[in-house]
Design a protein around this ligand. Structure first.
Ligand SMILES: [Zn+2]
Length: 351
């Protein structure tokens, strides 16, 4: 458990570096940083009539993707992004397109980059729907992804000091530090907030007025994942069950469940457009590539174990195959070997 916590903290640090942040209008030593705009954080992509994806930009605050579906009477938001400021940006985008009320939100799973904006929607009276396990893990397991306030304050002070010491001609480094400070500010405002309605099997159909959204749950990424299908638009919001041209975080995953889950989704929705949890709007071929990455990882690690490799040897020798080197988040390649090794050995989940 301790090793897992350390690894998670490492993953968060990687995510902080990777996803970064930009300023909230604070004054740095050499210039005023402009207030962030939604277009700095994510791009709104129209996937079908009334169906939109919010695709996180590299360096954007939110980390994971979100989206929304507009019916005749109301709006559904799929995932609430990393923090209050990010979901507020998404709400502003929604309100620029429709004046209809947001009636439902979905948490695809508990990970903070998909639930960090919950408090904003609950305060607006929006019903948030998720898997039963999110109700257990949202305010417990998520603490591993959310450093304590004093820790965040210290990291922010360190970054601010580094920024003050970084000359104006090192623009990239300054921008990265500015994004880090903005991220700390955003994380400090999060109050881990539960969904309001949960289920653990079958499907749940939500009516937005002349448009339905069907929620269903399948195992793989965390054991508490929900995805959504919009039948009249043929769009699937996968949450983190689907990643497009991006290596996944396997920290809570069971790959032996995940591959059949993806087979089932692909069989059920072969012609759908996919809004993945990470990466751009995708076709089924992209989700198939991702499924193949997981299957290939499992096969390679299984062979490594059969050949007598220790976990450290497996991490060193089982390097990422050439075809996946174009994927984003390559920092997950080595941890994924370790997670897969432990899953196959039956030592991954010990508590
Ligand atoms: Zn996730």
């Amino acid at each position: 458990m301790r090793a897992t916590a350390i690894k998670l903290a490492g993953a968060l640090l990687i995510a902080i570096t990777l996803c970064g942040m930009s300023g909230v209008g604070y004054v740095s030593s050499s210039r005023v940083v402009a207030a962030p705009k939604a277009e700095d954080d994510f791009q709104i992509v129209k996937v079908a009539d009334g169906v939109y994806a919010a695709i996180t930009k590299p360096g954007g605050l939110p980390s994971g993707n979100a989206g929304f579906v507009i019916g005749k009477d109301s709006v559904l938001v799929f995932d609430t992004l990393l923090a209050p400021v990010a979901i507020e940006e998404l709400i502003a985008e929604i309100q620029s397109i429709t004046k209809l009320p947001i009636k439902f939100a979905v948490n695809s799973h508990y990970h903070l980059d998909h639930t960090g904006g919950n408090q904003v929607l609950v305060a607006r009276g929006v019903q948030i729907i998720a898997h039963d396990n999110v109700m257990i893990w949202q305010t417990t397991k998520n603490k591993r992804f959310l450093p304590a306030p004093e820790d965040l304050a210290k990291r922010k002070a360190d970054a601010a000091k580094q920024l003050a010491d970084t000359p104006a001609d090192q623009a990239d480094k300054r921008a990265q530090l500015e994004r880090s400070i903005r991220r700390m500010d955003a994380l400090m405002t999060i109050k881990l907030t539960n969904p309001t309605k949960t289920f653990n099997s079958g499907t749940m159909t939500l009516d937005l007025g002349k448009r339905k959204v069907i929620l269903a749950t399948l195992p793989g990424h965390t054991g508490g994942d929900v995805f959504a299908y919009v039948p009249d638009a043929n769009v699937v919001f996968t949450g983190d069950l689907g990643w497009s041209k991006t290596l996944p975080n396997l920290v809570d995953a069971t790959v032996s469940d995940w591959v059949p889950t993806l087979d089932q989704i692909l069989k059920q929705y072969p012609t759908a457009k996919y809004v993945p949890g990470h990466g751009n709007v995708a076709e089924s071929a992209d989700i198939k590539d991702f499924r193949d990455y997981l299957d290939d990882l499992r096969a390679r690690v299984k062979q490594g174990i059969a050949n007598g490799l220790t976990v450290d040897q497996a991490k060193q020798q089982l390097t990422l195959p050439e075809k996946y080197k174009v994927f984003a988040f390559k920092n997950f390649a080595v941890p994924n070997v370790e997670d897969m090794y432990k899953e196959l050995k039956g030592t991954k989940f010990t508590n």
